[in-house]
Design a protein around this ligand. Structure first.
Ligand SMILES: Nc1nc2c(ncn2[C@@H]2O[C@H](COP(=O)(O)OP(=O)(O)O)[C@@H](O)[C@H]2O)c(=O)[nH]1
Ligand SMILES: [Mg+2]
Length: 249
C-alpha cells in the first residue's frame, strides 16, 4: 500500500459524504495504491453510518469508543494505516485533496511535510475569520517560543509522514486534543527527522467544530505540557506497531 489518507471526523455528517466522493474521484485514476481511513471520533450524529455506507473499495472506517479528541483520532489512523506514506486531512478538505500530489513528491525527500498557511498568503483562497487567524498567529508565536522554533503554522489540518516517521512520532504522542500537531512536531524534531513546511492552498469552510474560547484554552494548556510530557525522552526504537508485523500466513 503506497498511501494512507487519514480523515479524523467528529460530527461530520454534513460534510463527510462530499469529501469521500472527492477522495474517490481523486484517487481512482492514480497509479499508486491507496486507502482512505476515516476515524470516527465518537460522533453523536450519523458520521459513522454514512462512512460505513461508503466503505469498501479503498475506504475504511475506524471507530473510537467515545469522543477522545482529534489528536487521539489522528494517532489511531496514523498507526493503523498501512501506507508507505500517511497523510491526514481535516474532513472538510479546506486544503484541497489535489495537494496530495505535491505532498507525496516532497515526502520523497523529507520525513515529515506539513501544510502551511503562513508562508505564502497567495495560497489562501478563502481566509479563516479574522479572529481565528489572529488567534492562530498568537498560538503559533507561543509554539515557537515554547515548543518548536522555526515553524510558522503548526495547526494546518494537512500533514504527511513517511511510514517510519508516522510510527516513530505517533507511538510517542500523548496529547489527545488539538495541540497534538505541536507535540508531533516537537517529537519529530527530537528524533532528528527532517520537516518541511510547505505552503498549501486553503479554502476555509466556515462551519467549524472548534469553540474559539474553550478550545483555545484547552490548546494552550496542552501546549504548556508538551515539554514536560517528554522530559525523559527516549529516542530508541519503539516496539513494532501492528502494521510492521508479518501478515498472517
Ligand atoms: N477526532 C476529533 N476530531 C475533531 C474534533 N473536533 C473536530 N475534529 C476534526 O478536526 C478537523 C478540523 O475541524 P474543523 O471543524 O474543520 O475546524 P476548523 O476548520 O479548524 O475550524 C475536522 O476533521 C473535524 O472533524 C474532536 O473532538 N475530535
Ligand atoms: Mg475546517
Amino acid at each position: 500500500m503506497d498511501l494512507s489518507f487519514i480523515i479524523p471526523a467528529y460530527n461530520e455528517a454534513a460534510r463527510i459524504e462530499q469529501s469521500l466522493a472527492q477522495a474517490r474521484e481523486y484517487f481512482a485514476p492514480q497509479a499508486y495504491t491507496w486507502e482512505v481511513v476515516v476515524v470516527d471520533d465518537g460522533s453523536s450524529d450519523d458520521t459513522a453510518a454514512i462512512v460505513e455506507r461508503h466503505s469498501g473499495d479503498g475506504i475504511r472506517l475506524l471507530r473510537q469508543p467515545h469522543n477522545m479528541g482529534k489528536g487521539a483520532a489522528v494517532r489511531r489512523g496514523m498507526l493503523e494505516g498501512r501506507g508507505t506514506f500517511r497523510i491526514f486531512s481535516d474532513a472538510d478538505f479546506s486544503t484541497p485533496i489535489r495537494e496530495t500530489e505535491r505532498m507525496l513528491k516532497e515526502l520523497q525527500h523529507h520525513d515529515v511535510v506539513i501544510g502551511s498557511r503562513a508562508i505564502d498568503s497567495s495560497y489562501i483562497k478563502k481566509h479563516q475569520p479574522w479572529y481565528r487567524e489572529t488567534m492562530g498567529r498568537i498560538f503559533n508565536l507561543f509554539v515557537r517560543m515554547i515548543a518548536v522554533s522555526g515553524i510558522h503554522d503548526t495547526q494546518c489540518g494537512f500533514k504527511g509522514f513517511t511510514a517510519a516517521a508516522a510510527e516513530a512520532v505517533f507511538s510517542r504522542t500523548k496529547i489527545d486534543g488539538f495541540s497534538f500537531d505541536v507535540e508531533a512536531l516537537y517529537i519529530a524534531r527530537r528524533l532528528g527527522l527532517s520537516i518541511l513546511e510547505m505552503p498549501v492552498e486553503w479554502f476555509n469552510d466556515e462551519r467549524s467544530t472548534l469553540n474559539p474560547v474553550s478550545d483555545s484554552i484547552k490548546m494552550f494548556r496542552e501546549l504548556l505540557r508538551v515539554r514536560a510530557l517528554h522530559r525523559g525522552f527516549d529516542p530508541s526504537p519503539r516496539p513494532l506497531g501492528q502494521q510492521d508485523k508479518l501478515p498472517a500466513a
